[in-house]
Structure formats: C-alpha cells, structure tokens
Design a protein around this ligand. Structure first.
Ligand SMILES: N[C@@H](CCOP(=O)(O)O)C(=O)O
Length: 433
C-alpha cells in the first residue's frame, strides 16, 4: 500500500515511511492510494468472525507486506484487549462505549496500534526517535500509556495549560521515564501548529528523528475504523438495519475513520458530526464556507479545536464533492448549557451517565433522529465520565464511579515544563535535549 500527500498526489510513500514521518514534508496529511474493501460477503457476515479477525482483515491491506502477518495479528490483539460494548440507552438510541481501555478514552485504540507499528518498523534503527503529540485532553494520556517504556522511543506531549481536566493532566504528566510533558501557554491549535512546524524543521530533523502520534499519523487514524465494525456487528446481530452514527468531533480523526469504514462497505447510512461551540465544520456544512474561528474553552475540552486537521481527509473521501459530503454527513453544534442539561436529563430518565463529549454526540443524534425516525442511532461515548468529574454538574458528581485502574493517579505529582505558545520555543527546547 502506498500513501500520497494530500498536498501533492504524486508524492507517494510506503506505510512504514508514512508512520515514521507522520506528516509529509510538504505539510500534507498522508492518504491511502487505494481503498481496499474486504468484500461484500465479509461485510454481510461480520457475526461469523471474531473481533480480532475483523480488525486484522480490515487493516492488513493498509499495511501491506511491511509488517509480517504474525506481528500484525499480535499488534491487533494487543490493541483490542478490552471490550467495545454497544449499550441501549433509549429506544433506538445506543451508546458505543469506547472508554474501557487503560486511559478511559477511544484514543487508546490508535495509540496502542501505532506504538506496536512504530516499534516494529524501527526495530533495527539505532537513531533515537521522539514522538511529538499535541493534545486537547485525551490523546496525550493514551499516547503516554501506549508508548511508556517502548525501547528507543521518547514521547513529548504538548498540552494547553489550564485547559485539560485534573485526571487528563495526571495521565500525561505523571508517568516519567520516556514520557515528558510541555505545558503550553496557549490553545490546542497552538500546540498542533508547534508540533507540525517542528516536523518540517530541517535542523531539528538532523538532531533527532521526529514523528507524530496525533491522528494525522495514519497508524493512529486507520485503526479507529475497528470499533465501527465491532458496533455494526453487534447491532446487526440484534436485527438493526438503517444506522446513523453521531460522533463527538474535535480534530475529526474519529469520524473520518468511521466514514472510511463506510466507504469500504460497512453499512452505516449516515454520520452526524457533533461539536461543541467550536463549530467550524457544522458551519461549513450549512454554508459551504470554511472559516475557522479562534478556539473557545468548553466542558468538552478534548473537542476544543478550531482547525480540525483531519477534515481534509474527510473531503478526500468524498472526492471533494460538497453534494456527496452533505448527503452523508450532517453537522450540529451545542453549547455547554445544552450539554449539561443532556447529561442530567439522560441520567435522570435512563440512569445512564454520559461524559460531556458523549452528551454532545447524544444531542446531535437526537436532533437528527427527530427528522429521521426510521433510523437506529448510535452515539460514540468517547471517554469515561470520571475524566471530567471536576466540571460535571454538582448533581451528578457523587454518582460518577472512579475505575480502579486510574485511582492511584490522583495522588501522583505532576511533572511538566511551561513553554510559551511559540514554534521557536519548542525548537530550542528540543535542541537542548
Ligand atoms: N481530541 C484530541 C485532540 C487531538 O486529536 P487527535 O485525534 O488528532 O490526536 C485530544 O484529546 O487530544
């Protein structure tokens, strides 16, 4: 499989090179040169395959022969080592729970898969590698856990100071070892810009091999398809036919993976991009004008992204056709007041605790279903509510259960370095390491 840069389709690299580079030298995101479908028979009989077999069959053509079958199967098994249940919340409304992994967020899937792939493709490379990652909250913790103690790899996490939750900050600042955190005095968009500019700096590239663990990296983005397949498998087993998926969206890697799965033939009939007030894409879908505004801090902080990196991939999947895009994708945005009201109402009526991101997804789904009652709806519960316990409505706080695996984090001390939101500051810091 080859990957081309979205800025220049003639610039093609292998899977291994795309993973190691993260971003193409011309700043373009890599995109698969072909979209290999696993076939109609497979799609119609998902129930006959194990979850690991489904994931392996989907991802193998995207990796090609660059990772041997036995190694790739092990990476897949290590990635999917926790459940992805579809939980019935209301009639025709299901939550796809993606928070049962080690850091309680959907990012665990991509981070673990990428750590496995990068570890393999660099196994004989003696150069030290630094994985740079920008986070608005959840990616950082997942990447820290996924890459912790991976030999030869250092991880540097950039996060916006004061804009992540207590537990998210603990997850990305307390591991130590090969994981370091930079607390940037700016927004997530600043962090993402700084990371992208570091990749393209030739002086830095000579000093250290840099790559990205954000969903701009194909090894982070592509495995996010897995759980759409596993959800459809579960829903089809219950006889559900016409499916709409509402995806809480920030950097748009997650929804882009779902749309890719449907382009490969997975029967999902419609997608809803549900955002908080950082609504660049819903505005674009309504007006046709793409105008990112300054990012605004919200309760669903992992989605506080003004310029979503992966939207260019979404456009590519629809071959740049606006009518094709809007026939398959609807966008809605919701403010914090609506988010809190939904969290409280659903807990009261259904006993189901949503996190603020899931609540935005739920709201988008309900709005779509109001006009499309013949659909079965699924919203992605992308993170565990405990990650946002400090900003949850007071009425819900006592009802949020802290999973055992993160309990000890609260007593650990944060270790981070404060940095101005400046590309040059990151460069000097990296050169000094
Ligand atoms: N929502 C993210 C922002 C980065 O997204 P990614 O999927 O590109 O890593 C976060 O939680 O950090």
């Amino acid at each position: 499989m080859q990957y081309y840069s979205l800025n220049d389709h003639s610039r093609k690299v292998s899977f291994a090179d795309a993973v190691v580079q993260g971003l193409a030298p011309d700043r373009g995101l890599y995109f698969p040169a072909s979209l290999p479908t696993p076939g109609k028979e497979f799609m119609e009989n998902l129930g006959q395959y194990s979850d690991h077999e489904i994931a392996y069959r989907i991802i193998a053509p995207f990796v090609g022969d660059e990772i041997p079958e036995n190694v790739l199967r092990k990476i897949v098994a290590d990635t999917l080592s926790f459940p992805f249940p579809v939980h019935a919340v209301e009639k025709n409304v299901y939550a796809l729970e993606l928070f049962h992994g080690p850091t309680l967020a959907f990012k665990d899937v991509g981070a673990r898969f990428m750590a496995g792939c990068l570890g393999y493709v660099l196994r004989n490379d003696k150069r030290p590698v630094t994985v740079l990652v920008a986070t608005s909250g959840d990616t950082g913790g997942a990447v820290a856990a996924g890459f912790y103690n991976v030999p030869g790899i250092n991880v540097v996490i950039l996060y916006p100071s004061g804009k992540v939750s207590t537990l998210q900050e603990k997850q990305l600042t307390t591991l130590g070892g090969n994981i370091r955190a930079l607390e940037v005095q700016g927004t997530f968009d600043d962090c993402q810009r700084m990371v992208k500019s570091a990749f393209l700096d030739t002086e830095l590239q000579q000093h250290v091999l840099l790559t990205s663990a954000n969903s701009i990296n194909v090894a982070r983005w592509l495995p996010q398809m897995f759980y759409y397949f596993l959800a459809v498998k579960q829903l089809k087993a219950q006889g559900k036919e016409k499916l709409a998926f509402s995806v809480p969206s920030g950097n748009f890697g997650n929804i882009c993976a779902g749309i890719l799965a449907s382009v490969l033939g997975l029967p999902i009939d419609h997608f809803i991009a549900s955002t908080n007030v950082n609504d660049t894409v819903p505005r674009y879908l309504h007006s046709g004008e793409y105008k990112p505004a300054a990012a605004i801090a919200t309760l669903s902080n992992a989605m506080d992204v003004a310029a979503p990196s992966n939207f260019v991939r979404v456009l590519e999947l629809f071959q740049q056709s606006f009518p094709a895009l809007t026939s398959k994708l609807t966008g809605y945005s919701f403010d914090d007041a609506a988010t809190v009201a939904a969290m409280e109402a659903v807990y009261k009526a259904d006993g189901y605790m949503m996190d603020p991101h899931g609540a935005v997804g739920y709201l988008g789904l309900k709005k779509y279903l109001a006009d499309h009652a013949d659909f079965t709806g699924v919203f992605l519960e992308t993170a565990h509510p405990v990650k946002f316990a400090d900003t949850a409505p007071p009425s819900l706080q006592p009802c949020i259960v802290t999973p055992e695996r993160v309990r000890e984090l609260f007593s650990k001390a944060k270790q981070s370095t404060l940095l101005p939101a400046d590309d040059a500051a990151l460069k000097s810091w990296l050169l000094a390491q």
